[in-house]
Design a binder for this molecule. Structure first.
Ligand SMILES: *Cc1c(COP(=O)(O)O)cnc(C)c1O
Length: 371
């Protein structure tokens, strides 16, 4: 991206490579016709490896939040009890959605900036005989923390006293960038969004469902229509969708995943690990601190604490004048952190530009001028 006038470093939407922009601008086709069927069939084959699954990956027209709502209405029934493990804004959102649909949500919050602790999760699961599901966030974008889904999923099974709860995972800001092993980790539903790790514009939620998840789908009694995953599965296998999809975004996703396949998943994962380390080192080098505990800091987004006496909104405005657009803190972190996205179409020089801009604007006196 270097050379671009604006270095878009919010944790979604993320930059889109030129060939993906072009693909998204192609003329429309019949979404029930052969050109579209061929694209869908490619994506049916290409997407599952990034989820670590043999299951079909469904494409829903909507943002990541739509994917989370689809999980709730397809897996649960009114009055079901779920445990929502939360470490930030997006964990809370998943819990809020379940609550909005009449599910009984038991929240297990952990201190923001830390990850969920498997032993605490095991103990919480062990006290409940009636848990239908556990809601987990893989990568908490509000705090820059990555949870260990393998360990948390194992903890749920270890603590389970009756039927094993479903494991429902928000992987919106991780899948496609970080290793994700849905089948090996025994995850039942995993969700991501096109505008995070996938180098694609917003507009698609990608959802994978395990065999156990499909069994739960058959029993679930919340009303569903537009987000009915069974219809998406049936039509997806035929290379189409139940209603008119975001055709342009699917064109773009097809080109983006083609590029991802060219790079290779292992290389993508290694690149993100390197970008995460680079970004954290850059933040420390300008005298800021990383909000997340070091051992759980995310490789797709870094939350950086602004120095004492500096308001985050002023720092964000100053960075914007340097051509770097970062995200603000959410909720009670609004004034104290900035968030730097490094997922998808991002390379070392993009992060160098962030560090350079931070270093410039944090120089004594400068922020007061512009803030
Ligand atoms: C971005 C994000 C969401 C919400 O996705 P939208 O596409 O904005 O609806 C949910 N969870 C996580 C972890 C996210 O990063």
């Amino acid at each position: 991206m270097s050379g671009d006038p604006v270095n878009l470093r919010v944790p979604g939407p993320t930059p889109v490579p030129p060939s993906v922009v072009d693909a998204g601008a192609r003329p429309m086709v019949n979404h029930r016709g052969p050109e579209f069927n061929a694209l869908m069939r490619d994506l049916n084959a290409w997407l599952p490896p990034y989820f670590g699954t043999d299951a079909q990956v469904l494409m829903l027209t909507g943002s990541g939040t739509a994917g989370l709502e689809a999980v709730v209405v397809n897996m649960l029934s009114p009055g079901d009890e779920v445990l929502a493990v939360t470490v930030g804004v997006f964990g809370n959102r998943f819990a809020d959605i379940a609550e909005a649909f009449g599910v009984t949500v038991h929240r297990l919050p952990f201190e923001w900036g830390t990850a969920a602790h498997p032993e605490t999760v095991r103990a919480a699961v062990a006290t409940r005989t009636n848990l239908r599901a556990v809601l987990l966030t893989h990568n908490e974008t509000s705090t820059g923390v990555t949870n260990d889904i393998a360990a948390l999923s194992a903890a749920v099974r270890a603590g389970s006293v009756a039927a094993e709860p479903l494991i429902l995972v928000d992987g919106v800001s991780s899948i496609g960038a970080l290793p994700f092993e849905m089948d090996a980790w025994q995850v039942d539903v995993a969700v991501t969004g096109s505008q995070k790790a996938w180098m694609t514009p917003p507009g698609l939620a990608l959802v994978a469902v395990s065999d156990r998840g499909w069994h739960a789908y058959n029993e679930a009694r919340l009303p569903r229509y537009y987000w009915d995953l069974g219809k998406a599965r049936r039509d997806g296998l035929k290379g189409t969708t139940p209603a008119t999809p975001a055709v342009g975004v699917i064109f773009a996703l097809h080109e983006a995943v083609r590029l991802m396949n060219e790079e290779g998943a292992d290389h993508i994962h290694a690149r993100h690990a390197a970008l995460g380390s680079q970004c954290r080192a850059g933040v420390l080098s300008v005298g800021m601190s990383v909000f997340a505990a070091p051992e759980v800091a995310s490789d797709t987004v870094t939350a950086a604490q602004v120095p004492g006496g500096v308001a985050a909104p002023a720092l964000i405005a100053a960075l914007r004048r340097h051509g770097v657009v970062v995200g603000s803190g959410q909720d009670w972190l609004k004034d104290s952190i900035i968030r730097i996205g490094h997922m998808g179409y991002v390379h070392a020089d993009d992060i160098d530009r962030v560090t350079g801009a931070l270093s410039d604007v944090l120089r004594a006196g400068h922020l007061e001028e512009v803030g």
